[in-house]
Design a protein around this ligand. Structure first.
Ligand SMILES: CC(C)(COP(=O)(O)OP(=O)(O)OC[C@H]1O[C@@H](n2cnc3c(N)ncnc32)[C@H](O[C@H]2O[C@H](COP(=O)(O)OP(=O)(O)OP(=O)(O)O)[C@@H](O)[C@H]2O)[C@@H]1O)[C@@H](O)C(=O)NCCC(=O)NCCS
Ligand SMILES: Nc1ncnc2[nH]cnc12
Length: 263
């Protein structure tokens, strides 16, 4: 019975990743109608990558079940997370599809399995606590995120988790009961307007990130439906012109969907 519980949580995480990549249109990102600002990724690759993560998420759920949120657990899921990253790179021939998602969804799976709760505030507080613990075995590598963080003092995916996924909370607090297309589109744009995405800054600069955030925020504030708003086309063209991709927001969008559909 418990075995099924771990697998169910893992399957929900994988489904959220597949939902995210299928959700269309998403300016700059890979979706069902475009590869956005990417030449080495498409939706098929994202599906393969998501499937490769099932066993890692299941293992995280297993080791976390009713385990206190302590350093021992942080290091145990860190080890599984690094194996999951290897599984992802093996499935994609070295393309980084879901590194940020392994981190955010991995922490969520672990906290939910540990606390056995579906209360959003408790889950987000758990993510804050677990992600703030230092994992002795995690080497700091010269990733795009590290380079950008040093240059511009951004906190990236780690800071996002250490804030208790504050931008996921913001996205989900937008019309909390709704589940329709326009609401999800606005939640995506809430993320676009708030996340300091190291992917965008790595490919451009801070000013471009700020312009992207401002354009996105204007669309959220406008009462017209997102698809009926000409500003949305301007945002799409902006991501093309600048060749930017909000990959961090994509991961947090999947995390938002996962949390909204927990059962
Ligand atoms: C703490 C880790 C996140 C690792 O730290 P690192 O310094 O490597 O972190 P970042 O690079 O900042 O982020 C890693 C991925 O997180 C996504 N991301 C970026 N900014 C944010 C943000 N502000 N908030 C949330 N998430 C963010 C992003 O993932 C997406 O981008 C992928 C593509 O990235 P990249 O390769 O840079 O870009 P490309 O477009 O491929 O490159 P070019 O084409 O431009 O050349 C995309 O697929 C999304 O996934 C960042 O990549 C954490 O990973 C860690 O410590 N892991 C160890 C294991 C562990 O402890 N796990 C815990 C249990 S699960
Ligand atoms: N749909 C997507 N497009 C590009 N990068 C991503 N990272 C996670 N999801 C993504």
């Amino acid at each position: 019975m418990i075995e099924t519980k771990y697998l169910l949580l893992a399957k929900q995480a994988v489904s959220a990743l597949k939902w995210e990549v299928s959700f269309s249109p998403k300016p700059g990102l890979v979706d069902a109608v475009s590869n956005g600002s990417h030449t080495d990724m498409d939706i098929v690759l994202f599906y393969k990558s998501a499937d490769a993560l099932l066993s890692g998420f299941e293992e995280m759920a297993r080791v976390s079940f009713r385990h206190p949120l302590d350093l021992k657990l942080r290091e145990a899921i860190g080890k599984i997370g690094r194996i999951a990253e290897k599984d992802m790179f093996a499935a994609t021939n070295g393309v980084n599809t879901h590194k940020g998602a392994i981190w955010s969804l991995g922490l969520l799976v672990s906290v939910i399995s540990s606390l056995q709760t579906d209360d959003l505030a408790e889950i987000l507080a758990g993510v804050k606590k677990l992600s703030r613990m230092p994992d002795r075995f995690n080497e700091v590598k010269p990733t795009h995120g590290q380079v950008t963080k040093q240059k511009y003092a951004l906190t990236g995916a780690k800071g996002e988790a250490q804030s208790g996924l504050i931008n996921v909370a913001k996205a989900l607090s937008f019309q909390p009961e709704a589940d329709d297309f326009d609401t999800w589109m606005r939640r995506l744009l809430v993320l676009y307007s708030n996340v300091n995405d190291t992917n965008i800054v790595y490919r451009s600069d801070l000013e471009t990130l700020q312009q992207f955030q401002k354009l996105s925020a204007e669309i959220v504030r406008d009462p017209r439906s997102v698809m009926g708003n000409p500003q949305f086309t301007i945002l799409q063209n902006f991501t093309k012109e600048k060749n930017i991709s909000p990959g961090g927001s994509a991961d947090l969008f999947a995390a938002s969907y996962f949390l909204k559909h927990l059962n």
